[in-house]
Design a binder for this molecule. Structure first.
Ligand code: COA
Length: 165
């Protein structure tokens, strides 16, 4: 598995995955281009050979203590093999480098797979936004992670040789 920082040149491949992963509420190419170009954002992709099979994005304004996981998606054929967790770990690692303290995200209430991934990294539910996802009329669950706790736990896991995943 090879991960690298995304650039605007990845836009078409990312949009293909975006449209396949979020059929009813995908971002537009214009929105995604802005995200990739923003100095406040940081996107990472994972590749299998020449093929881009996943991407994830963080929004962390320089100097701010809060950041957001903006999105994460793995191609359907590449799921269930640790790539989603690896990309999430990359985002959180970048947030640590930017001296963020709290990371937030929103996840659809009807997406138990993503919720389980986030909870297993230490995110906890802190609120709900009723009917946030339209046109599907699905609630958003707002989750929060204490990043310093996450980094400390990861350092302990590494130093005891237990690994993280
Ligand atoms: C959510 C998503 C990114 C996870 O990526 P992935 O590569 O499949 O996940 P991983 O293999 O890294 O698994 C991480 C954890 O997710 C959970 N998980 C993964 N697949 C699961 C499944 N089929 N059922 C239940 N939980 C599952 C498990 O907790 C797993 O940890 P474990 O392997 O230690 O049990 C991927 O399913 C995806 O792209 N979904 C569509 C887009 C999406 O919903 N994005 C999230 C928006 S908030």
């Amino acid at each position: 598995m090879a991960t690298r920082t995304a650039t605007v040149s990845d836009l078409d491949a990312i949009m293909a995955l975006e449209n396949a992963s979020f059929p009813t509420d995908a971002w537009s190419a214009a929105m995604m281009r802005e995200e990739l170009a923003s100095p406040h954002g940081w996107y990472v992709v994972v590749e299998e050979g020449e093929r881009l099979v996943g991407y994830a994005g963080l929004r962390a304004v320089r100097g701010a203590r809060d950041a957001d996981v903006q999105t994460i998606a793995i191609a359907a054929t590449a799921r269930g093999r640790g790539r989603g967790r690896a990309l999430l770990g990359e985002l959180l690692g970048e947030a640590v480098r930017r001296d963020v303290h709290q990371v937030f995200l929103e996840v659809r209430a009807d997406n138990p797979v993503a919720q389980t991934l986030y909870a297993s990294e230490g995110f906890a539910e802190v609120g709900r936004r009723p009917r946030y996802y339209q046109p599907d009329d699905v609630d958003a669950i707002v989750m929060q992670l204490d990043l310093r706790g996450w980094a400390a736990a990861r350092a302990t896991a590494t130093s005891t040789g237990k690994g993280w995943c």
